[in-house]
Write a protein that binds this ligand. Structure first.
Ligand code: DCC
Length: 156
């Protein structure tokens, strides 16, 4: 069953696993990325600080990759919850932990500085503990990067 709008996945990680530099709610120096399940896709937004400059006016590719990394693992956890009929609005923590085994990033266009970036994730497939998610990172209506992640559900 799909949900209309979820709590942020990362806000449902238990405190002892919420220190990730990219998406941990307890890492005050980190990006604190928030991934939401909306219908059958996942969405996140991020406005990079100017310190993440690559060429003047454009965003450093390593930041783009790390946003896709964290949006990818968050998305994978969300899609597993959907498969397991866990309603993200009815739980305090999610019992699903996913880490990145593989991440592919294609840089399609310079990512402009000063624009809120939008990340979208779509489930490609789930096979046992392996979850593949396709992603895009856009600025305004331009897709600046695409990503494909293989996330692995950690054993209990
Ligand atoms: C604590 C939670 C916090 C979770 C809290 C959330 C934190 C947010 C995380 C943010 C994102 C990150 O940066 S995560 C940090 C970066 N990632 C990591 O540090 C992960 C390092 N790697 C590992 O720990 C390990 O390799 C794992 C967990 C990914 C897999 O080890 P495993 O559990 O022993 O499983 P294993 O049998 O090896 O692999 C399972 C299946 O996946 C396949 N597989 C494994 N790796 C790959 C690969 N690179 N490319 C293709 N396929 C692969 C295997 O062939 C196998 O397929 P088959 O034979 O079953 O068909």
């Amino acid at each position: 069953m799909m949900h209309n709008k979820s709590k942020a996945i990362q806000d449902l990680y238990p405190d002892e696993l919420a220190h990730c530099y990219g998406c941990g709610k307890n890492n005050l120096d980190g990006y604190q990325l928030k991934t939401y399940l909306v219908g059958d896709e996942t969405i996140a937004h991020f406005l990079p600080d100017e310190k993440f400059t690559a060429l003047p006016g454009s965003v450093y590719g390593g930041l783009v990759a790390s946003l896709l990394d964290c949006h990818g693992t968050g998305s994978a956890a969300a899609f597993v919850c959907v498969q397991e009929n866990i309603n993200l609005n009815e739980v305090e923590t999610i019992p699903v932990r996913c880490v990145t085994a593989s991440l592919k990033v294609d840089f399609k266009a310079p990512t402009p500085m000063g624009v809120e970036l939008k990340l979208r994730g779509k489930l490609q497939s789930i096979e046992g503990r392996k979850i593949w998610v396709d992603m895009t990172l856009s600025a305004d209506d331009t897709i600046c990067a695409t990503g494909e992640i293989l996330a692995i559900k950690i054993k209990d």
